[in-house]
Structure formats: structure tokens, C-alpha cells
Design a protein around this ligand. Structure first.
Ligand SMILES: Cc1ncc(COP(=O)(O)O)c(C=O)c1O
Length: 397
């Protein structure tokens, strides 16, 4: 392996602070190299990454199968747009559709989660000829104009002003609040099936079922924003079709984050009837479906399959939940698979900071008492032990 030159941490920090807009509160870590669940800082220290590089490193950092596929494709053809056919794109689309719930038969590729959601809403409007989209308090869908207008979490709609018209807010988990809004002006209902940033909130399985029935009754498109829950994170390929969602299949699933293991890529998976309404030039983006991203998608899905990561997520989640019972200050563990919210008796931020000092990266959320874990799907039980032992040392048993 290539030797990494010792780098001046202070220089890097001051260069970023001088030349990059300060839009993120950063951890004091200069990330230099990654392997599986570990991230190595430029000072040689290693961190257990339970935040999975912002929910992106589903296959772990630098999975060799994914890295090889990206390198091979980069040497062959970096990019050509959708104006030509490509084996990399054909294989990625085929693979993605093959793991999707049966009714979702076509893929549209873009570059990020917000873009996937914008395109999903646009497709719903085109397919129904209606304009309104119902989304939920606590939901997060991205930061471009339409997606931020659909985001009723915290201050996002405010910073996205002026908002795009055509957005209605319902109460997550309350079907009556949706029913009262879903008249014949409504094109779509869109939700994060597990609201991650809101503090890892799930609704009862009956809520997802009732949404499906309401959409069927009123000709409304159901969109699951699976930017976080998709690509194996819940221990299933998707939340759609899984038991906590009462096996409900939406009309559209949106994806990004872990889909390319770190290469930017987003996607919408759609049913036949929506696909049939979308015509040439209705949607498009130069970079969507580019060859390197497509090679990354195929290799990501293959790596998850080859390494039996879905079964791993379910087994290691069970072990983590069991071990967390030892930690008295954790009063609830929300979520599913490796999208978990640990609810503390008190504020989670000091816990996040203390864990960082112990070289463990976790996430916070908009619920001040909830610490979020989004580790790579290859996390093992002994790494869970490292985490729970450190957590016990930080907050007491
Ligand atoms: C559920 C969900 N939807 C959409 C997005 C937006 O994705 P991106 O940042 O790739 O635009 C995010 C990002 O955090 C997300 O968590």
C-alpha cells in the first residue's frame, strides 16, 4: 500500500477554513484513508466510523470490489451521457431493478438525494396532472428548491424561501391528517419511511398500509424517500416491502447516499404505470447514469450480496440492541437495522463529543436526546463491543 506522507493537520484545517464556505460544523478530524468501518486520520489515529461517512459508506470505506470496479471503469471510459448506450449503465439498471420490489421495474439515474426527490415529485405531477405534494412534519428531503419546500423539519423551509408552491404538511403517523388533505389536487404523498434526521422516528405498520390504501383510493402517487433507508441499511434491500412497513410497496422509491459507496449517484425506481407516462426529454441531467457512477452502483450491490451484508446487519443489530440494555442512560433504541437512534435520558451531544475523544464517530439529530448510528453494513460484533464499552465509560453502565 502507498505510504501516506505525514500531513500538517493545522495547515489543512486553516486552508479549509480560509477557502471553503463554513456551511458545516466539522469534527476535528482530518480524514485521510478508510478501510471497512475504520477511518484513519492524518495524524495516524484511527476512528470507528459509526456514522458511515454520512450514511454513504454502506459497503464500508474503500471496499476492494467497489474500488476495483471504479478504477477499471475510470481507465476505460470516464463518462458519456445518456445520448449513448453503455454496458456499465445497462448492468447497473438491471441489477438495481432486480433487487427492487417486483412492481418497480424502471430506474432513472441522477446525482444526489435531493435531485432524486425533485424528479420523483415531478414524475408524480406529470403522471397525475395534479400539483400538490403532501409531506410530513419531521421529514427531510434535500436542499434544492422543490425538495427543501417539501421539508417540514426544523428551519429548512425557512432557509429555502421563497418556497415552491404545491406543498402540504401532514402529521407523521396520523392518517387522518393525511386524509383531510388528500383531495383531487394532490399528486403525491412523499415520506421518509423512517425519519432519520428527526431522531429516527418510525410510524406503526398500519400507517404505511393506510397511506397505500388512501393513494389507491384517490389516484395519488406514493413516494418513499429511501435515500437513507435504502440499499440495505435496514437489513433489507429497501424499507419498501419490509415487515415494519407492513410490506407496502410505493409507486416510487428514491435513493442516493450508499448507492455508489461514495461516488455521487441518485436514482428513482418507478412502477410501470409511472414509467409509461414519462416521455423523452421530460427528465434529464448530464451526469446521471455516467459510467463511473454506474460501475460503482453495480459493484456496491454485488459487494452487499457477496459479503451477505443484509444478514450481517440483522444479526449485529440484534447483538447491539442486547448490549445496549446494559447502558442505563439509553432509554430507547429506535429504528431498524443500521439506522438506529439511541435515546438518552439527557442531551446526546456531549455523548457524541465524548465518544469522538474515544475515537468513535457517531451522529446527532434534531432530537437533542437522540444519538444516531448509521454504520457501514459490515460492522462486526467485536466493533459493537468497542462502542458499547466506550459508551459505558462515557455515560456509566
Ligand atoms: C432522507 C433524505 N432525503 C434526501 C436527502 C438529500 O440527499 P443529498 O444530500 O444527496 O441531496 C437526504 C440527505 O441527508 C436524506 O437524508
Amino acid at each position: 500500500m502507498k505510504e501516506i506522507a505525514p500531513t500538517d493537520v493545522n495547515e489543512i484545517v486553516s486552508l479549509e477554513e480560509q477557502y471553503q464556505l463554513a456551511t458545516y460544523k466539522k469534527m476535528p478530524v482530518v480524514a485521510e484513508r478508510g478501510e471497512g468501518v475504520w477511518v484513519y486520520a492524518s495524524n495516524g489515529e484511527r476512528y470507528l466510523d459509526l456514522y458511515g461517512g454520512h450514511a454513504v459508506a454502506g459497503t464500508g470505506h474503500c471496499h476492494p470490489h467497489v474500488v476495483k470496479a471504479i478504477k477499471d471503469q475510470a481507465g476505460q471510459l470516464l463518462f458519456y451521457s445518456n445520448l449513448v448506450y453503455s454496458e456499465a449503465r445497462a448492468r447497473a439498471a438491471e441489477k438495481l431493478v432486480s433487487i427492487a420490489p417486483e412492481l418497480l421495474t424502471k430506474a432513472f439515474f441522477c446525482n444526489s438525494g435531493t435531485e432524486a426527490n425533485e424528479n420523483a415529485m415531478r414524475m408524480a405531477r406529470m403522471a397525475t396532472g395534479r400539483e400538490q405534494v403532501i409531506t410530513f412534519n419531521g421529514g427531510f428531503h434535500g436542499r434544492t428548491a422543490d425538495a427543501i419546500s417539501a421539508t417540514f423539519l426544523g428551519k429548512y423551509r425557512e432557509i429555502g424561501k421563497p418556497n415552491v408552491p404545491g406543498h402540504l404538511q401532514a402529521e407523521f403517523g396520523d392518517i387522518e391528517s393525511v386524509r383531510s388533505l388528500a383531495d383531487d389536487s394532490v399528486a403525491a404523498i412523499m415520506l421518509e419511511p423512517i425519519q432519520s434526521m428527526a431522531g429516527v422516528k418510525m410510524a406503526a405498520p398500519s400507517f404505511y398500509r393506510a397511506l397505500r390504501e388512501l393513494c389507491d383510493e384517490r389516484g395519488v402517487v406514493l413516494i418513499f424517500d429511501e435515500v437513507q433507508t435504502g440499499v440495505g441499511r435496514t437489513g433489507e434491500w429497501f424499507f419498501a416491502g419490509s415487515e415494519p412497513g407492513d410490506a407496502v410497496i410505493p409507486d416510487v422509491i428514491t435513493l442516493a447516499k450508499a448507492l455508489g459507496s461514495g461516488i455521487p449517484v441518485g436514482a428513482c425506481l418507478v412502477t410501470e404505470w409511472i414509467g409509461a407516462k414519462i416521455k423523452e426529454n421530460d427528465l434529464g441531467t448530464t451526469f446521471g447514469g455516467g459510467m463511473v457512477a454506474m460501475a460503482a452502483v453495480t459493484a456496491t450491490l454485488e459487494a452487499i450480496e457477496n459479503d451477505a451484508m443484509l444478514a450481517n446487519v440483522r444479526a449485529v443489530e440484534a447483538y447491539l440492541r442486547e448490549r445496549l440494555q446494559e447502558v442505563e442512560r439509553v432509554v430507547a433504541v429506535r429504528g431498524r437495522g443500521f439506522l438506529l437512534g439511541l435515546e438518552f435520558t439527557d442531551k446526546a451531544k456531549p455523548v457524541h463529543e465524548a465518544l469522538l475523544e474515544q475515537k468513535i464517530i457517531t451522529g446527532t439529530s434534531s432530537d437533542p436526546n437522540v444519538l444516531r448510528l448509521l454504520p457501514p453494513l459490515c460492522l462486526q460484533k467485536d466493533e459493537v463491543d468497542v462502542f458499547v464499552d466506550a459508551l459505558t465509560a462515557v455515560v456509566g453502565g
